[in-house]
Every structure is written in C-alpha cells, then in structure tokens.
Design a protein around this ligand. Structure first.
Ligand code: PRP
Length: 178
C-alpha cells in the first residue's frame, strides 16, 4: 500500500492538529446551541470520528450515504442518496461533515436537499477543499486544508476502495490510477 504513495501531503500529526483547530472554531460558533452532526459515508468516517471527539460537548450524531451517478450524469449534478436520515431535522442546528469537496456537486445537492427540510441552520465542514476542480459554486463553512489538484488518498479517502485506512494523506502515484 505504502509503495503506491508518491509523497505524504499531510501527516497524522498535521491532520490531528488541524482537526483540533476546526473543533475549537465549531465549538465557539455553536456555544449554547443543540447540535446535530451528520457524517457522510464513507469517506468522512475517520474525520468525523476524530472531529466529534475533539468537539468534546453534547451533540447528536447521524449519518448519510451519497453517491454520484456515472461520469456523464455527474456533470449534470445528479447525486443519489443511498442512505437517508430517518430523523426530522426541522428546527435543528445541523452540521454536515465531509472529507472533501471536489466538483462541489455532492455538497451542493445535499445542502439544497437538507435545506428543504427546514433546519434552523445548516453548515458544512470539509477537511479538504480542492477548488481547482469545482464545477458548481460551493464553499464549505469550515475548511481544513485547501489541496492542490492531485489524487489524494488516506484518512478515509480511497482510490477503487483502497487506501482508506492510511493514517496520513498521501499523493497517489499517477501510474496507479492512469
Ligand atoms: C467523495 C467525497 C465526497 C464527494 C466529493 O465521495 O467523500 O462525498 O466525493 O466530490 P464532489 O465535490 O465532486 O461531489 P465518493 O462518491 O467517492 O464516495 P465515498 O465517500 O464513499 O468515498
């Protein structure tokens, strides 16, 4: 697995430090408010688990799973909910936790969908932002790192379902995905 990695972009320590900083920011913004966090399966699993523990305050946790259709239809913004919430989010402070925003199609679709369910507030927290790949205008409320347009894996992010369990974020060797 390690031999497929060209270089380490963010070490375990760098990620931990940034997740802690994001948690401080979020804690301050939601002080005195009930908070429902929603982790997006599967890529956000590691980030979500670490972030909520750093938040160290009362909150509710839930999950959703989304997938985009094939290449042709994903450019039209077609995203499918594979696993939806069963709870009512109306009148709740909701924070979506994602690993990465790339084209922006997933989060743009998800925020529109959840906003139609009338939450009190809806914000997004992404560990990685790849603005160079954006197809729709979308900016998360909380961003961990802005990343260059290279193929990154690890800490939840995969290529062909591999590398999710790396403790760091690595740049994948081009020969692996080309
Ligand atoms: C990844 C990631 C985001 C989405 C971002 O999910 O977790 O949900 O892509 O891309 P976008 O901004 O171009 O929409 P993926 O569909 O690979 O599923 P996974 O979370 O199960 O890895």
């Amino acid at each position: 697995m390690q031999s497929d990695i060209k270089k380490v972009l963010y070490s375990e320590e760098q990620i931990k430090k940034r997740v802690g900083e994001l948690a401080q920011e979020i804690k301050k913004d939601y002080e005195g408010k009930d908070l429902l966090t929603i982790g997006i399966l599967r890529g956000a699993v590691m980030f979500y688990a670490d972030l909520v523990r750093e938040l160290d305050r009362p909150l509710h946790m839930n999950f959703m799973a989304l997938s985009s259709y094939g290449i042709s239809s994903s450019s039209s913004g077609a995203v499918r909910i594979q696993y939806d919430l069963e709870e009512d989010i109306s009148n709740k402070h909701v924070l979506i936790v994602e690993d990465i925003v790339d084209t922006g199609l997933t989060l743009s679709y998800l925020t529109k969908t959840l906003n139609s369910r009338n939450p009190k507030t809806l914000k997004t927290c992404c560990l990685f932002d790849k603005p160079a790949r954006r197809k729709v205008d979308f900016r998360p409320d909380y961003i961990g790192f802005q990343v260059p347009d290279v193929f990154i894996v690890g800490y939840g992010l995969d290529f062909a379902e591999k590398y999710r369990n790396l403790k760091y974020i690595g740049e994948l060797m081009p020969e692996v995905y080309k």
